[in-house]
Design a protein around this ligand. Structure first.
Ligand SMILES: [Zn+2]
Length: 318
């Protein structure tokens, strides 16, 4: 009889990073970005097929309480962050946008209806984004400069959206994930911050965090499901390897990832695994990540001030 195979993920935390990496990395520190994509559990792409967007209002919302929990955590850790807010959330919870700003964080835009950019026409994208930006700015009484696409859906097929963002007045974007993935991914994009020329002016791009083993493919680290589900040693090792490359580690979390008690949704098994695994560990894993280096929001980092470009060219590399 075959012996049962041990569960890989919970047990694999027992392995130390030195198992894969003979070079001592423990002293390596660097800088990173903490961002929060402010959306509710029923907004996510994982369950989008079964939910009509006009019915969102019928679901019991938990975005406000979960975001307030994150704000308290950041106060305790003395960390500033960037909050990419769904326009729909800004319309229904304008007080939450004001609270994010009042606590010293940066408001930014995560679209209005959480639709994948590569499924929209340029006109639809422009309408959705303009509506979201306006909703967030009206709610918060502050200008919005940053954008993150739902499910990182600015890919090689929808890179036209970057011109549109600059035209709408955005100064930076953080939607490109330079990896291979079934929903998103822009494999050949630079892995560190870079500047793009558009017909409407320059736009800064901050790709999501990755690391590499030697000449291997870029691997995702330190955000969302990767932070929540992959072994803790993988996050530590990957983040430190990214810093050895001179990269800025751009991390992200969602309010629903801090909420094990959220109502359970129907959806494909893979979606449910991605959405519900280790929700009770998100906070402790985020605390560990923040302790590894110097984390802050985009605007607070100085990178999004747009000046000087020469600074950006020294941060990050191909
Ligand atoms: Zn999202």
């Amino acid at each position: 009889m075959r012996r049962p195979v041990a569960a890989v993920w919970p047990g694999s935390d027992a392995l130390d990073e030195s198992f894969l990496n003979p070079v001592p990395l423990s002293g390596v520190r660097g800088s990173g970005i903490i961002s929060v994509d402010v959306e509710d559990y029923f907004h996510v792409q994982a369950f989008a097929k079964g939910i009509d967007r006009t019915s969102w209002i019928a679901y019991p919302s938990r975005v406000e309480q979960n975001t307030l929990h994150i704000l308290d955590l950041f106060d305790e850790l003395n960390v500033k962050a960037t909050f990419f807010i769904l326009g729909w959330v800004a319309d229904y919870f304008p007080g939450l946008v004001r609270e994010i700003i009042a606590r010293g964080h940066e408001p930014a835009c995560h679209s209005y209806w959480h639709r994948l950019v590569y499924e929209l026409s340029p006109e639809q994208f422009q309408r959705d984004t303009a509506r979201a930006k306006d909703a967030i700015e009206q709610a918060g009484g502050a200008r919005v400069y940053g954008y993150r696409a739902p499910s990182f859906s600015i890919t090689a097929n929808s890179s036209w959206a970057l011109d549109s963002l600059r035209q709408l007045g955005f100064l930076y974007d953080s939607s490109i994930f330079p990896i291979e993935h079934d929903v998103y991914g822009f494999r050949d994009a630079p892995r560190g911050p870079f500047r793009l020329e558009t017909p409407f002016g320059d736009l800064l791009e901050f790709p999501l965090a990755t690391f590499r083993f030697s000449r291997g493919p870029a691997l995702p680290i330190a955000g969302g499901g990767y932070l929540r589900m992959l072994p803790r040693w993988y996050t530590r090792m990957g983040v430190r390897r990214a810093w050895l490359e001179g990269l800025t580690v751009v991390s992200y979390v969602h309010p629903w990832e801090f909420d094990p008690l959220q109502p359970k949704m129907n959806g494909p098994l893979r979606s449910r695994l991605r959405h519900y695994t280790n929700l009770s560990q998100t906070e402790s894993r985020l605390r560990e990540l923040i302790a590894l280096g110097n984390f802050t929001g985009f605007r607070h980092s100085g990178l999004a001030n747009f000046f000087p470009y020469s600074l950006l060219q020294t941060v990050g590399s191909q």
